[in-house]
Design a protein around this ligand. Sequence first.
Ligand code: GSH
Length: 306
Amino acid sequence: MSTLILHHYPTSPFAEKVRIALGLKGLAWRSVLIPMIMPKPDLMPLTGGYRKTPVMQIGADIYCDTQCILREIERRFPERSFYRGTDAGTANALAFMIDRNLFSPAVGIVFGARDFAQLAPGLLEDRAKMTGREMNLDRIRAARPMLVDQLRMQLVWFASMLHDSRPFLQGDDPTLVDCALYNPCWFIRSNLGAVAPLPEFPKLLAWMDRMEALGHGTRTEMDSKEALAIAKAASPATQPQADANDSMGRKPGMKIQVIPDDAGKDPVEGELLSLSAEEVVVRRADEQVGELAVHFPRAGYVIKPV
Ligand SMILES: N[C@@H](CCC(=O)N[C@@H](CS)C(=O)NCC(=O)O)C(=O)O
């Protein structure tokens, strides 16, 4: 079963990074809507504890984090490549830099402009628990000008890539870098309109329109229970693989935990199934859905022996 299933919710900027990438490749996919806050009862059996958004499922293989999701989409559907006119090294490094440095100020810019009463019930408490930081909206509001300033400084770099009037950041074609930068820009514009620092960069705003025009591919909704049934009926497609150059000598079969190094540090525990410099895969069994292979990127995650 190779149906591509995305577990996501409409307002998630990291999910938009993947949806627009699916549009770039013109792919058909199934959409399972998940809650914005915990509990996520039909996601946890699949991930084993990872709670962030989005998650991709292909049969009994579960892909956590957009780095891992987009790498797998590129592997399975090489046309139209995410690396046209660039190279995987440059694109992956820039995308990681964007994910790490631009998402957080963009979120603060949106939240800091919000009427507190409009926020979804339980959202602040959930995010405080997830990040381990107090979510004090007065403090976020006070920090907003500084966040605009921080984001502006970084957008200058990306806007300058468009100075020669190329349509996309790396040249004539949209790449992984465009999908990554679209995430924070889309989050601001879809919530607040083209507020500061965006209007200072008219070429970036025109680029956003070109990105939006890529669309989301062909999306069909699926019930979360159907996704669980698909996982149960499938077996993981991932084969055991050791990393011959692993400096810590880890081997398939070892008991490990994989934990994000930033926020949402919920460990996913199981057996090491496959390891490489870029990916770690955990084999775990769930009483509801059976055996699963849960994939994580190495960048941004810690592997702990159990
Ligand atoms: N590094 C992760 C970051 C994902 C992330 O932070 N997603 C946000 C939503 S855009 C999230 O998980 N928020 C909490 C939640 O959805 O429960 C990725 O690239 O997928």
